[in-house]
Design a binder for this molecule. Structure first.
Ligand SMILES: [Mn+2]
Length: 263
């Protein structure tokens, strides 16, 4: 893509995300959740080719850039697909989309851009929605649950706020407690079982689907917290690329009600 084509794509994407809610409420059909792709364009193309079709809602859980070999191609492909499939493809925000909101290393995608394009990508990606809700008990987002009193309050979360950090940067630990502090090495806020139960009760949800934390057990908290990854960029930490499929008409009470496929 030329610089002009890239800027045109970013301009259109910015308008699209500005008109989308931070909380996407799915209504019917099937939902397909895709974990971090992190520059794994091949995984993204495979998922889009197979699952982007009428009556499917395809939800990517963030972290499209950095780590893998094709970050620029991956994000540009996803943005282009989003513009063509406004009501069936959703791109949630991961921490790697918020590089200028909260800087981190390594960030090979961001550091490889010139200052002008870095600002444009960051302006556009800072507008991505934060969470997906389904009528059958699921909330999906990148990391951990935000400290909001009602689901709709997610619409008011601003990039850089405490709640934004919880969603995009938060990790879960398989132990008691609510907020367990900030990990001194990664800067990630850590949460325990008490936080999960309290916020899920407030939001009226049964199952969380998220990505972000390669060392997390794939199923936690009474089988109500599911962590998936759809990238080869994690090496030995994540051996398979998985997606989660849900029929929105059927009740979902635990991970046992969710179909997992390897792509
Ligand atoms: Mn992440």
């Amino acid at each position: 893509m030329t610089r002009e084509e890239t800027k045109a794509l970013l301009g259109e994407a910015e308008k699209t995300f500005a008109s989308e809610s931070k909380l996407i409420q799915l209504e019917s059909g099937r939902a397909i959740f895709v974990g971090d792709t992190h520059g794994d364009l091949e995984a993204t193309e495979k998922v889009i080719r197979k699952y982007l079709k009428p009556k499917n809602n395809l939800v990517f859980l963030g972290d499209y850039v950095d780590r893998g070999p094709a970050s620029l191609e991956n994000i540009n492909f996803l943005l282009g697909q989003k513009l063509e499939h406004l009501d069936s493809l959703y791109l949630l925000m991961g921490n790697h989309e918020g590089h200028t909101v909260f800087t981190f290393h390594p960030a090979d995608f961001w550091e490889g851009l010139d200052a002008d394009l870095r600002r444009r990508y960051s302006d556009v990606l800072a507008r991505l929605p934060l969470a997906v809700s389904t009528p059958n008990g699921i909330i999906a987002l990148h990391g951990a649950l935000p400290d909001v009193s009602r689901l709709e309050d997610i619409n008011k979360i601003e990039p850089g706020s405490n709640e934004w950090h919880q969603i995009t940067w938060g990790d879960w630990q398989e132990r008691a407690g609510k907020f367990l502090g900030i990990d001194p090495y990664s800067g990630r806020p850590q949460f325990g079982r008490g936080w999960f139960q309290e916020i899920m009760t407030r939001l009226g949800k049964d199952v969380l689907i998220r990505s972000h934390q390669p060392d997390a057990p794939s199923i936690m908290y009474g089988r109500q917290c599911l962590t998936i990854f759809t990238s080869s960029a994690y090496g030995h930490h994540v051996s398979e690329r998985t997606i989660a499929l849900v029929d929105l008409k059927r009740p979902v009470k635990s991970a046992d009600d969710i179909e997992i496929e390897i792509v």
